[in-house]
Design a binder for this molecule. Structure first.
Ligand SMILES: Nc1ncnc2c1ncn2[C@@H]1O[C@H](COP(=O)(O)OP(=O)(O)OP(=O)(O)O)[C@@H](O)[C@H]1O
Length: 249
């Protein structure tokens, strides 16, 4: 569904990403795993076309036959709005503290696809029920909800929008174990119910084991291993992947 090939990113003459190549298969959950500073977030920024101004980028990010790195900015805006939905590590930054959740979830869902308030209420109520989230949250402010609930509100919006690709960048690292589990269940539910393709960025091997079908291991700006989670976990080839897996037990 998205093919990243020979992606290289340089900032101030420093190579941050080096000839990164991988494919995100349609309908699958794919995880990019790597240690802090390895280049995971930069890779995501290249895919969604939100790289800092001082960056030099080479290579291709092919989506629907178009190279997103060379696309007209207006077309990219529309792809970001309709096709790609992104959930970041700290969702509280994504919400305005002084606006009730209902209005904000409307903007993240119905507003993106042009639905009326009536359609929003009907559709969002049934999604909240499905995700075991109380309908009351629509009348509450972000500070009245836990971090885990805010993350799951974002999943509710993804259920609504049904994007072609959901990118979740370190979505569980600020959550405790119970909230992590709830979030993971919602993520898997989205993939299974709607067939949404998911790119999951993480440094948590347990999270990968519980959710992902495919994996790309990134180390110092290069992809050192790709394959199904089953194959990479049972027969790791690169020394870094072996170290990573040994550290799990
Ligand atoms: N705006 C920037 N200017 C210069 N260097 C940057 C910038 N953003 C990131 N970097 C550098 O690029 C490299 C990759 O960063 P990136 O944020 O992609 O890593 P990451 O794998 O996502 O790490 P983490 O897990 O800590 O978020 C790091 O060495 C980082 O210091």
């Amino acid at each position: 569904m998205i093919q990243v090939s020979d992606l290289s990113i340089t900032i101030d003459d420093k190579k941050i990403i080096n000839d990164v190549t991988f494919t995100i298969p349609r309908g699958k959950i794919m995880s990019i795993i790597g240690e802090s500073g390895s280049g995971k977030s930069m890779t995501v920024s290249a895919i969604i076309g939100m790289l800092p101004a001082n960056v030099h980028v080479h290579g291709k990010v092919i989506y629907n036959g178009q190279n997103l790195l060379k696309i007209n900015p207006k077309v990219m805006d529309s792809i970001r709005k309709k096709d790609i939905f992104t959930i970041f590590q700290d969702t509280s930054n994504s919400f305005n503290p002084s606006v009730k959740m209902g209005r904000q979830l409307f903007a993240y869902s119905a507003g993106r696809v042009g639905d009326s308030v009536e359609i929003f209420n009907e559709k969002m109520h049934s999604i909240l029920d499905k995700l075991d989230l109380s309908r009351d949250i629509l009348g509450q402010y972000p500070f009245q909800l836990s971090g885990g609930m805010l993350q799951r509100c974002m999943i509710a919006c993804a259920f609504y929008v049904e994007p072609a690709l959901l990118i979740a960048d370190e979505p569980t690292s600020a959550l405790d174990r119970v909230r992590q589990k709830e979030f993971i269940e919602s993520l898997v539910q989205l993939n299974e119910d709607r067939g949404t393709t998911i790119l999951l960025i993480t440094h948590d091997l347990d999270l990968v084991a519980e959710t992902a079908h495919e994996i790309a291991v990134i180390y110092k700006g290069s992809v050192v291993e790709t394959g199904t989670v089953e194959a990479v976990f049972s027969r790791p080839v690169h020394a870094y992947t072996k170290r990573l897996l040994e550290s799990r037990f």
